[in-house]
Each structure stands twice: as structure tokens, then as C-alpha cells.
Design a protein around this ligand. Sequence first.
Ligand code: NAD
Length: 335
Amino acid sequence: MMHRITLIPGDGIGPEITKATLEVVEATGLKVEWEIFEAGTCAIEKYKNPLPDEVINSIRRNGVCLKGPTTTPIAEGFRSINVALRKELDLFANVRPAKSLEGINSHYKNVDIVVIRENTEDLYCGVEHRIGDFAAESIKIITAKASTRIAKFAFEYAKREGRKKVTAVHKANIMKLTDGLFLECVRNVSKEYPDIIYEEIIVDNMCMQLVRNPEIYDVILCPNLYGDIISDLCAGLVGGLGVVPGANIGDNLAVFEAVHGSAPDIAGKNIANPTALILSAAQMLKYIGESERGRKIEKALEIVIKEKLCLTPDLGGNATTEEFSIKICEKIKEL
Ligand code: NAD
């Protein structure tokens, strides 16, 4: 069967890790017609629009997209196309698993956390303005609809994946109304899942607990901003941003992308670790009903990393992005 999938290679290290990922997907024998689009900085130069309509239309048509990282200008310029894509397509759930992989030198061995982050509101609504020269305001929006929807998603995910516990992260001691509403909704939903342990934790304490004892956490449910920060923290627990995949899920649409950004400091050097995007692609294959091929990719990656066959510099090796992906393709063919 031929699949049609939208592809946004992105910028920075995006094109390098996308190339590696496509080779790995191809090695599984999957037949894909990729609809390739530019977005972000490269699109703004060409089309004067960081997120051209054709990109959105293509994802709507195909139902699924693989996306490389895209740069967002800091404190000026166009708004993040990641945020725009998630809002425009109502990709309300961001799923970011952080799992220890044998062979990666990290401080912890048995981390297996999935961060589920609300993806459409909170401070990411971008409702902010300057008040004269000396003040600025940003509005945090939390709704019962979005909070209930993400809570249901998290508990359903936990049930389906055989997970035992959901931990809701908040700062409702200070933001009593916004985070208070988020918690109220999650609590209500949690009552429908008596077999899953439910607990709540204040975000600052969450950071400290994760660094001290990450093994005790399972599914972590967060509003948008805390989820963004906590998922990078969790990436650090299992070897860094190079190895953590992600998915943005809506009702009938999904965009798969790594947690990391465009890494301008290492772009064009052929040393970026493509693992995170490759694992995102593996998740994507499972989503489109190609679970066997998705599992094969994960297995091949596990072997290459565990046996330290060919690691990129972020994992302590000196392999290039290309050498790493060639090794994974070889392993896939042996499986
Ligand atoms: P970053 O994730 O790009 O990089 C942080 C650090 O991790 C850097 O030292 C980088 O070299 C390293 N790193 C990241 N990915 C790696 C990989 N695959 N292999 C090896 N090392 C890797 O974060 P940043 O520097 O804060 O952001 C750069 C740009 O990316 C910004 O414009 C930001 O807005 C954007 N960004 C985009 C996305 C996305 O497209 N989904 C996500 C986060 C950040």
C-alpha cells in the first residue's frame, strides 16, 4: 500500500536529520509518496509567509505529517509556526515519551516517562502587548473545554498503554483561577479512571523531584508552558534532546516531530543525532497502521545504541549523522 504523507524538513539541522529519517523509513520497505513543503524561515524568504496555506491543506488532506525543526526568531519577527500549526489544525495533545535507552551515558537507568502537554492555549495563545516603554502584558488562557479534553486524552492514553499513574502539574497555589480550573477539570476526569493512580504536584517541586527520582513518574500531564519545559527536562534525564521523539495529535490529524529545535550551533556539520526524528517517524508508522515497521525501527535503534556501534557526538561517539543512519538501515535489513 502506498501512503501519502506531508513532509516539512524544516531548517537548521532539519534537512540533515530528515534525510537520515527518510532513509530509515525506506529501509523498512514502506512505500511513501512524500508531499514536501518549506515552512518557517525558508518559506518566509520565498513566499513571504512562514506557513503557506498549501502546507495546512496538505496535512488536512493526508491526515499525517512528519516535521523537522523550524527556527523561530527570538523577541521579534514572525510567530512560531509550530504553535500556529498546532492551533490551526487543533492538534491539542503533545505526546513526548522520554525512555532510558541502554548504551546511553546518562545519570539514570530506568526512566520511562510520557509527558502529555496541552497544545493549544495557556501563554502560547500569543495574546500579549507592550504598555508604553516600560511594561508588557501576556494573557494566560485556560478553558474547561481544552483542559477536560487533554485530561481525557492522558487518561485514555494511560489506560491503552497499560500505564499506572497520571501526575498533573500546576502552579495553582499562585495562579488560582487559571491553573485552578485546569486542576478542577483533570480531577473530574480522573474520577472516571479508578484503576489509574492520580496525583498532583506544583511545577517547581516537579522539576526537583524529576531530577532526584525520575523513575517513579509515569504519565505527566501539563498545561502548555510547563509541558514544554518539563519535556526538555525529561529529555535531559535520558541522554538529551537528540533522543526524544514527539507527536502532536488532534481528532483525525497528527504531526510527528522531535522535541528538539533547529540546533543552529551544529547545523550543516553532519553531526546532529537523528534518533529523535527517527523515533518520531516510528511513532508515525504505528499511527498509520504500520506498527510492525515502526517496531523494527525502534529495535534497530536500540541495538545500534546499546552496542555503541556508531554514535553521534552528543552520545559520546564520533559518527556522523549519515554514518549513524546507514548503520540503522543495515540493522533494519538484518531484522
Ligand atoms: P535546540 O533544541 O535547537 O538546541 C538545544 C541544544 O541541544 C543545542 O546545544 C543543540 O545543539 C542540542 N541539540 C538539539 N537537537 C540535537 C540533535 N538532534 N542532536 C544533537 N544535539 C542536539 O534549542 P534552542 O537552541 O533553544 O532553539 C533553536 C531554535 O529552534 C529556536 O529558534 C527555537 O524556537 C526552535 N525550536 C523549534 C522547535 C520545533 O520546531 N518543534 C522546538 C524547539 C525549539
